[in-house]
Design a protein around this ligand. Structure first.
Ligand code: GNR
Ligand code: NI
Length: 175
């Protein structure tokens, strides 16, 4: 297992649509393991493959807060949102590709998804609360969408400007 580098906005790869997987094999599971390790290290509650620069429809999620609790990861391969509730909820969202930025985002409160699990078995899952929000945030990544796309142009541009500055600072340290 190894930790991968997380892609920070602005980066054109974050705006691309990820590709459907044809098969679930050991190579793919190794990638999912790397994604999980990267997510836990960040730390974050979800990660899409595109965030480590891989345009595949893969998501890992673990919303369990309790650090002592046994880890409870969810692996979603080719996730599809089958239905969304009319009722919405608002959560303060963050994103590992938008470090230091948070905003309240309104989304459908509940969603029903189908996906392939770690073993390639077809599954359905009905989600609510933070899990539902996290799933929708991650599926957005697979379609090249970031939560800042839901904000006003003014707020979005301000965040992108700060991220450009932040990336320049990071490069100064490395070089
Ligand atoms: O760590 C994360 N926290 C979070 C909080 C509220 C809604 C969504 C998220 S996902 C985010 C990690 C991430 O960037 N996933 O793509
Ligand atoms: Ni994100």
């Amino acid at each position: 297992m190894s930790q991968r580098k997380i892609v920070i906005e602005p980066d054109p790869i974050l705006r691309k649509k990820s590709e459907t997987l044809e098969k679930v094999d050991d190579e793919l599971r190794a990638l999912l393991d790397d994604m999980l390790e990267t997510m836990y290290a960040a730390p974050g509650i979800g990660l899409a493959a595109v965030q480590i620069g891989i345009l595949k429809r893969l998501i890992v999620i673990d919303i369990s807060k309790d650090k002592d609790k046994k880890k409870d990861p969810l692996f979603l391969i080719n996730p599809e949102i089958i239905s969304r509730s009319k009722k919405t909820s608002i959560y303060e969202e963050g994103c590992l590709s938008l470090p230091g930025h948070f905003a309240e985002i309104e989304r459908p409160a509940e969603c029903l998804i189908k996906f392939l699990d770690y073993n390639g078995k077809e599954k359905e899952l009905s989600a609510n609360g933070l899990l539902s929000t996290c799933i929708q945030h991650e599926v957005d990544h697979l379609n090249g969408i970031l939560f800042i796309d839901y904000l006003s142009k003014l707020k979005k541009d301000m965040i992108i400007k700060k991220l450009i500055k932040h990336k320049k600072e990071l490069n100064k340290v490395v070089l």
